[in-house]
Design a protein around this ligand. Structure first.
Ligand SMILES: [Zn+2]
Length: 524
């Protein structure tokens, strides 16, 4: 058992995270994410700034109807205006109306910002901090004080920044958070200034809020925790303005697995990857495959020596067991891959392929020959699995192609653009013939195949293409360049990737599409 005091997790994905470029959460998105963060075990969830927009006011109104089991909901806002009584300040009134147990106040703590940006006197700013914190505490709120530009302010004028923190401390804030608002501070400075403020604060605990402008968002937050801060503020996947906030997903894994600071039950930690993917999906962003701990490639092995070693002992090239954070080991089958890669990959997919068996040799031969043609199976697990299943005799075709035809018509004068695909398939001996239109040739082909098959396999109704990538590959033999098509498909629960290669983009697409449909149907 750890005797260190508890570090609390403060998530601001819905406020600071939503400031990131390309991130737009609807009201429904925000409510869904809040509930997921609560189920995951976050201690505080910042829902938004009711004083800044209608959507955030709506969020807090709707959030009152929801039940939060773990988390305390926080409304974010600023201190009262200069020379205004706190009870008369409309922005402060909105914070109370939000009806949350917690209010987080952003306050100026840098003398430069007080005089040059806020354009008020140093003493009035101190009064604004004290009045607003004390007023909200008196109204029964837990108040978290987010001191803006703490580190830059401290470096310019340590006495004034310290006075701001003392004012909030005396007024009854629960946490005094040190913010590296511009993200330019180095870890040793974070530690030194956190320690210096910890020495003068009498009642509250300290917290740390960092940004990733120097690629140090997580490192700086951990430096703050090591120096005595007991709350870490950040966002899921590091969303946020500019280069983003401290990535809470990375920070949580490091706190719990590397620094021995228990912030969550083990079951929650094992859902870390799920949480990361869920939030990316709601935000409609492609997950970062190289994300530490939770990324698709975080435990992927490609080089022959590494693969050989992890086959014998996983921890030889893995810093933690991937399952602890809900991730899994992957073996990439590439040109450099030897037999060990293929065996291990088959095993991670749950396929029994005996080394040196005729089936294994057949798979090896096929992969070598397909790679020579331009195939890559590294990112196409589903095509690889089908190949092995076929070699093992564990595959029965669900349909056969008789023929397809794709036509594209473009009329420059009228901007008229039409794609049509017809397919003739044979399903259980029955011939099916369908035609469909689409936005492009591949889209039309996809629609025609599905129209043909859905009557036999209703599951196809759930399948959608989520990504389609085309690469032109150099031909080693000096003949015409080939096209490699990757398709990623989803049925809502899982995604799978397939590959096709041909001289012709339509045929390459067809091959990848066929594997994608086959894979869905072949799964139990
Ligand atoms: Zn921030």
């Amino acid at each position: 058992m750890s005797t260190q005091p508890q570090v609390t997790l403060y998530d601001t994905t819905l406020r600071d995270g939503a400031q990131g470029e390309g991130i737009h959460f609807s009201l429904a998105d925000k409510l869904r994410i809040a509930q997921r963060l609560d189920a995951f075990g976050m201690h505080y969830i910042e829902g938004g700034w009711p004083g800044s927009n209608e959507k955030d006011i709506d969020f807090f109104r709707e959030a009152k109807k929801l039940k939060f089991n773990h988390a305390k909901l926080a409304a974010f806002g600023s201190t009262r205006r200069a020379n205004t009584a706190v009870e008369k300040d409309p922005q402060v009134a909105l914070l109370l109306e939000a009806g949350t147990p917690v209010v987080t106040l952003v306050c100026k703590t840098s003398l430069l910002h007080v005089t040059e940006i806020l354009r008020t006197t140093p003493s009035e700013n101190l009064a604004m901090i004290h009045d607003t914190v004390a007023y909200l505490v008196k109204q029964g709120r837990e108040v978290i004080f987010d001191g803006e530009h703490t580190f830059d302010g401290y470096k310019e004028d340590p006495a004034y920044t310290t006075a701001c923190y003392q004012a909030a401390d005396e007024a009854g804030a629960s946490y005094l958070v040190l913010c590296d608002t511009n993200g330019g501070t180095m870890p040793p400075e974070i530690q030194a200034i956190t320690k210096a403020l910890a020495a003068v604060v009498k009642h509250a605990k300290l917290g740390i809020h960092t940004h990733d402008d120097c690629g140090l968002g997580v490192a700086n937050a951990l430096a703050g925790i090591e120096a005595g801060a007991l709350q870490i503020q950040g966002t899921v996947n590091g969303y946020g303005e500019r280069t983003g906030n401290c990535n809470l997903v990375t920070a949580i894994a490091n706190l719990q697995l590397k620094l021995g600071r228990r912030v969550l039950p083990d079951e929650s930690l094992a859902r870390l990857r799920d949480l990361s993917l869920f939030v990316d999906e709601v935000a409609n962003l492609r997950p970062n495959i190289r994300a530490p701990f939770v990324g698709e490639t975080a435990f992927a092995h490609k080089g022959g020596i590494h693969v050989n070693a992890v086959n014998k002992l996983a921890r030889s090239y893995e810093h933690i067991a991937p399952e602890l954070v809900g991730n899994h080991q992957r073996v990439l089958v590439g040109e450099l891959a030897g037999r060990a890669n293929i065996m291990l990959k088959a095993r991670t997919l749950g396929l029994k392929l005996e080394e040196k068996s005729p089936e294994a040799l057949k798979v090896l031969d096929q992969i070598k020959s397909l790679e020579n043609q331009g195939y890559e199976f590294e990112a196409a697990d589903a095509s690889f699995e089908l190949l092995v299943r076929k070699a093992l005799g564990q595959y029965q075709p669900f349909f056969e192609l008789v023929e397809y035809h794709v036509s594209i018509r473009k009329n420059s004068a009228h901007g008229f653009d039409a794609c049509e695909a017809t397919v003739k398939l044979s399903v259980n001996g029955e011939k099916v013939y369908t035609v469909a239109e689409g936005d492009g040739p591949v889209n039309a082909l996809d629609a025609a195949v599905r129209t043909a098959l859905i009557r036999f396999y209703p599951r196809l109704g759930q399948m959608k293409l989520v990504d389609y990538k085309v690469r032109i590959i150099d031909s080693a033999s000096g003949t015409a360049a080939k096209t490699r098509v990757f398709i990623e498909s989803s049925d809502g629960d899982s995604t799978w990737a397939t590959v096709g290669v041909s001289n012709d983009i339509i045929e390459a697409s067809w091959l990848a599409l066929r594997d994608s449909v086959d894979y869905l149907l072949a799964r139990k």
